[in-house]
Design a protein around this ligand. Structure first.
Ligand code: ATP
Ligand code: MG
Length: 398
């Protein structure tokens, strides 16, 4: 016996802001489609096509975990909404049958619904009001009195769409990750510590289209292997949103010891931060990134005052994004929980910034005094040496 499938289940994604981008739209769309293909490839074979601000993601054959594929789509930047839909032929009987089979399980537990219809193909024999009335009738009949129609405040909306080649039936879409496609804004180098803020900062800039790389500074043996692994684990967790991340690990042990031995204690942290900015910027330039990202938040600690940022910025010599700068810790934590980095961030490992920290750090430094101290430490050979010994890790979990 040959079983002919009445419908197949596919995913529909709506563009977010991308839909508004005039000339660059097709370039950004290409980036988005490439990213989608890469992410869903873990679950099987799919064809990914776009038409009129909608992306169609269709399984070719069976897929391993439809729910996980759906979740993965909801974490791709550049998509504002995602839904699962039944695709069928543009034939009234087939559409009715598809609604009858596909929709009732999705409405279980709901008390009210409304049906809506969109008709891109105006040659289809029913117009939109006729089609939505038909869909409503089929659902009411199939659900046998368990649900009623509410036009004003429905708990669910069932939509029938008649598009160029096929008809699609679905319930409400889930919210997508929003933002712009990864890479559409260029590359940026995230200074990734093991804390709460920096992963959130990376996520926020990736959401605006930055391709993320990361640099982590370690200070072995003052910081442990576990502290480094924690930063790598955070990068791994970020991959869910940011795609593959290359992490460069640079040891600043000798630099910290030199600073400890040569500069006034109160300048130690500022000088270390300037050194981190220089090394991060060097890594960024070598990797084709045009900006740095830090997790700094105004006033959070002594090294995050305006005056302190004014003396660390010039050491970067390139654009520095601090997307958390205006956020309260609570707001940062909320995002850290949402992106699942919080529990790892709070594991109690030391960070190089907490090694040899001064009791009374300068909160209102001036650049000329900082430069005098920096000259004393004469770091450039040590920085070259640290840079020549960098390690890299390609984190490509997703
Ligand atoms: P976090 O901001 O990481 O949650 P924190 O608030 O303790 O922790 P600070 O030590 O004040 O961070 O550092 C501010 C920023 O400097 C971090 O957000 C991060 O971008 C960068 N940074 C700090 N330590 C490191 C490190 N070991 N490697 C890379 N970047 C670091
Ligand atoms: Mg911080």
């Amino acid at each position: 016996m040959i079983v002919i499938m009445l419908y197949s289940e596919i995913y529909l994604c709506k563009y977010g802001e991308l839909a508004l981008k005039g000339l660059n739209k097709s370039k950004f769309e290409g980036m988005l489609i490439r990213e989608i293909k890469k992410r869903v490839a873990h679950y099987g074979e799919f064809s990914v096509t776009s038409s009129q601000s909608t992306i169609y993601i269709e399984p070719e054959g069976s897929i391993s975990d439809p729910e996980a594929a759906f979740d993965a789509l909801k974490k791709i930047f550049g998509i504002s909404a995602v839904c699962r839909a039944a695709k069928t032929e543009k034939d009234i009987d087939k559409i009715k049958q598809t609604i009858r089979e596909y929709i009732p399980p999705l409405l279980t537990g709901k008390k009210s619904f409304r049906a809506s219809a969109k008709r891109a193909d105006k040659r289809f024999p029913l117009n939109s009001p006729e089609l939505s009335a038909l869909a409503g009738e089929v659902i009411l009949e199939a659900m046998g009195g368990d649900i009623r129609v509410s036009l004003d405040a429905p708990e669910a909306t069932v939509t029938v769409e008649i598009r160029e080649t096929h008809a699609y039936v679905h319930t409400d879409a889930d919210k997508g990750a929003g933002g712009m496609p990864l890479g559409s804004a260029g590359g940026a180098m995230l200074l990734l510590s093991g804390g709460i803020d920096s992963p959130v900062a990376g996520y926020m800039m990736a959401k605006r289209g930055a391709r993320i790389e990361a640099v982590h500074f370690e200070s072995f043996p003052y910081t442990s292997e576990a502290a480094k692994n924690k930063a790598l684990e955070l990068a791994r967790l970020l991959c869910v949103y940011c795609g593959d991340i290359r992490v460069t690990v640079i040891s600043v042990t000798e630099i910290q010891e030199r600073l400890r031995d040569t500069v006034d204690e109160e300048y130690f942290t500022l000088l270390l931060r300037r050194c981190m900015m220089r090394l991060a910027a060097r890594t960024a330039r070598d990797r084709g990134c045009d900006a740095l990202i830090t997790g700094e938040s105004l006033g959070q600690v002594a090294s995050q005052t305006m005056a302190a940022m004014n003396v660390t910025d010039p050491a970067a010599g390139m654009l520095v994004f601090r997307p958390c700068v205006g956020l309260d810790k609570e707001e940062i934590i909320r995002t850290a929980r949402k992106i699942n980095t919080f529990d790892t961030s709070v594991l109690p490992y030391e960070d190089c910034c907490t090694v040899f920290t001064p009791k009374h750090p300068k909160t209102k430094p001036t650049l000329d005094k900082v430069l005098l101290q920096e000259n004393r430490a004469d770091l450039s050979a040590l920085e070259d040496d640290a840079y020549s010994r960098l390690e890299t890790f390609n984190i490509n979990e997703y």
